[in-house]
Design a protein around this ligand. Sequence first.
Ligand SMILES: NC(=O)c1ccc[n+]([C@@H]2O[C@H](COP(=O)([O-])OP(=O)(O)OC[C@H]3O[C@@H](n4cnc5c(N)ncnc54)[C@H](O)[C@@H]3O)[C@@H](O)[C@H]2O)c1
Length: 364
Amino acid sequence: MCGEHRSGCGGDVGVMAAPGGFAPNRGFFKRVLVTGGAGFIASHVVIAFVKKYPDYLVINLDKLDYCASLKNLEAISEEPNYKFIQGDICDAHFIKLLFETENINIVLHYAAQTHVDISFSHSSEFSNTNIYGTSVLVDAAYEANVEKFIYISTDEVYGGSLDEEFDELSPKRPTNPYAASKAAAECCVLSYWEKYKFPVIVTRSCNIYGPHQFPGKVIPKFISLLQRNKKCSIHGSGIQIRNFLYATDVVEAFFTVLKNGKPGEIYNIGTDFEISVQQLAKELIRLIKKTKSDSETEEWLDFVSDRPFLEPKYPMKLEKIHTLGWRPKVTWDEGLKKTIEWYRDYFHNWSNAEEGLVPFPLPQ
Ligand SMILES: NC(=O)c1ccc[n+]([C@@H]2O[C@H](COP(=O)([O-])OP(=O)(O)OC[C@H]3O[C@@H](n4cnc5c(N)ncnc54)[C@H](O)[C@@H]3O)[C@@H](O)[C@H]2O)c1
């Protein structure tokens, strides 16, 4: 599958070939491939990159799965240093040709299947995209002599804990097929450093929130349900604690890692801010439904059965990323306010957004 936004589909990989058959740097200092750029986090990365670095060409490669939306990229879609290519990281032939024709210098790899609940019923699909797709991509990047390859992983590879804080050398003990596939993909990426000193870096971030996230995930789901006068569906008792970092803060962390991170290293990216899912729901209810008392607030909660195992929390040590010079800037109150406002206006950026609001979503 291929297709290029704006300039049409040329050649096997869907990229418009320049005279001579290649797409040289055409005046751009570097060419950056961002995978999954029509998804939540990477759409913020693409927008920031395109705006901040006009001398870098940003190529967004995305399959346009159910959680993707090109509408979230409208702010930059006509910029001369942005290019969208529709394609699948699991298509090895397509990926090889993409690297051969696009002269890519840097890869930021976000594309993945990301919903933990769906991973239990569709584990082979998660293994295929997250492990096999990553191995296809890193191998093609290595063959193409890419200068830096950043793999975006998750705190979920550590498994849950009540009190132990995980540092980058803590053992990986994933407790769901999503986290297991991310852990396996990390090993695959890092093996290219071990064997060839190919400059890969792995980041493990906590939960990210903000605009552009498909409403199947907890914060946009609760906001969107409440904005439609529906109750927040809480898995189990809602005591599970999560750290939430605002989208623009994690983008800055990725830029910091890209600039100052050392090849072969792993960096935790997180925040000290933590909140239980139940507390999060109550806070959103107070903000959106303007409830005054606890009993009024609790009327908007709907407890649904738990998934097989809910980790209490994923606490991480953050000294390593702090040493690189990064700290989060956006306060929880500020980030939540911006997120609530965004979903009021842009919920329909996904034609299938309503389908994300059921308690246990299935992929569309
Ligand atoms: N959201 C979080 O809180 C969080 C936290 C830590 C790490 N991460 C990681 O960050 C990355 C991005 O997460 P997100 O929440 O933005 O995800 P998302 O589900 O919003 O977006 C994923 C994107 O990948 C694309 N994609 C899926 N399969 C593909 C394929 N085979 N080929 C090409 N594109 C494909 C989808 O179309 C989508 O646009 C993931 O790797 C995830 O594991 C996310």
